[in-house]
Design a protein around this ligand. Structure first.
Ligand SMILES: Cc1cc2nc3c(=O)[nH]c(=O)nc-3n(C[C@H](O)[C@H](O)[C@H](O)COP(=O)(O)O)c2cc1C
Length: 346
């Protein structure tokens, strides 16, 4: 039974996927105002930016919105692995005339914590969603205490069953078509990752809570297919990346709207965790799943200066060009138009 629509006071569960680094409250608000459920990705925001964005969202719409956090365990420092990573990147630094010794080691993405929860609590978010599993039980109980609807992504049936057992209100079934990071957290075996058509009906049969389909949905027909396979709603990311309100860079937009977007790969090079994007020079030259890349999220620090250097010259050779396998919905249009088109599938 779909318990979420009455709880959220909406008639259709169209969720705009939170996309860290590619959007903020502007996209979320545009989606909400057009009848969808907008999302604020918080993984890469400073505390000040998080409060500012939450203020904009809570004041900007009466409709439900979603704030999204990563909940990985930061890895222990691993100097040997970091050294191997810098060695792999050294030739690119030399070519760009950059000094690899000047790169600060740093995380770049912080997990949800009580300190973050202190900032979020006054806003009582209608929905809180997580990627990479769930935070520790005390933290989870705190979020539940706010009355927020709790969501997280499952990439396998086992993950869906685990999430339901921890008390999520709905499971996002993230098929392997999806753009950005795989939400996988009970396994790191990529052969377990299957497409939305295979994953969704199996998760729908395995759990009692509503299931939200994600991965490869780019138009109303995709929404209808997901509903036919047992979904109560959908979460759409890639199709919003070229919307007017997204913060996607010009070179990322160009790649998404070119034939290059017909080929995507999972890569660990940009963060340390597998994420789907359009292949570029660094993925080709190091291999997209190079063992040299250190654990999430520490891979980012050493690749960021190369990214910045080449982006200044209009090149995405070292940029994460995140994209799902179906970029056919990437239109340069107001997010409201994209939202209204997707809503026709309900
Ligand atoms: C650019 C980009 C960034 C993403 N960042 C996040 C994120 O911060 N948090 C999250 O839960 N999911 C993130 N995702 C994954 C989405 O939640 C969702 O699973 C995916 O977009 C659905 O597949 P689609 O891209 O084919 O629509 C991201 C996806 C993309 C394309």
């Amino acid at each position: 039974m779909n318990t979420l629509t009455p709880r959220l006071n909406v008639d259709r569960l169209l969720l705009q996927a939170p996309m860290a680094g590619s959007q903020g409250s502007a996209l979320a608000l545009a989606v909400c105002r057009a009848g969808g459920i907008g999302a604020l990705p918080a993984a890469m925001l400073t505390p000040e930016a998080l409060v500012q964005e939450l203020t904009a969202l809570s004041q900007g719409t009466d409709r439900p919105w979603n704030v999204n956090f990563f909940c990985h365990t930061p890895p222990a420092p691993d100097p040997a692995r970091e050294a191997r990573w810098r060695e792999a990147l050294a030739p690119f630094y030399a070519e760009a005339g950059l000094d690899i010794a000047a790169v600060p080691a740093g995380a770049g993405r912080v997990p949800f914590s009580h300190a973050v929860a202190d900032l979020v609590e006054p806003f009582r978010p209608p929905i809180v969603s997580f990627h990479f599993g769930l935070p520790a039980p005390d933290l989870l109980a705190r979020v539940k205490g706010w009355g927020s609807v709790l969501l997280s992504s499952a990439t396998t049936v086992e993950e869906a069953i685990w999430l339901e057992a921890q008390g999520v209100d709905a499971v996002i079934a993230q098929g392997s078509e999806a753009g950005g990071h795989r939400g996988m957290f009970l396994t790191d075996d990529l052969t377990t990752q299957v497409g939305t058509f295979a994953l969704l009906p199996q998760i729908a049969a395995a759990v009692q809570v509503p299931v939200i389909a994600a991965g490869g949905i780019a138009d109303a027909a995709g929404v209808r297919a997901a509903l036919a396979l047992g979904a109560s709603g959908v979460q759409v990311g890639t199709a919003y990346l070229c919307s007017n309100e997204a913060a996607t860079s010009a070179l990322h937009r160009a790649a998404l709207q070119s034939e290059a977007a017909r080929h995507t790969q999972l890569t660990t090079l940009f963060t340390g965790r597998p994420a789907r994007g359009i292949p570029n020079r660094v993925m080709r030259e190091l291999g997209p799943l190079s063992p040299a890349a250190p654990a999430f999220p520490t891979a980012t620090a050493a690749i960021a200066p190369l990214r910045a250097h080449w982006e200044k010259q209009g090149r995405g050779d070292f940029s994460p060009l995140w994209s799902g396998q179906n970029a056919s919905g990437c239109r340069s249009a107001p997010a409201a138009d994209i939202t209204r088109e997707l809503l026709k599938g309900f």
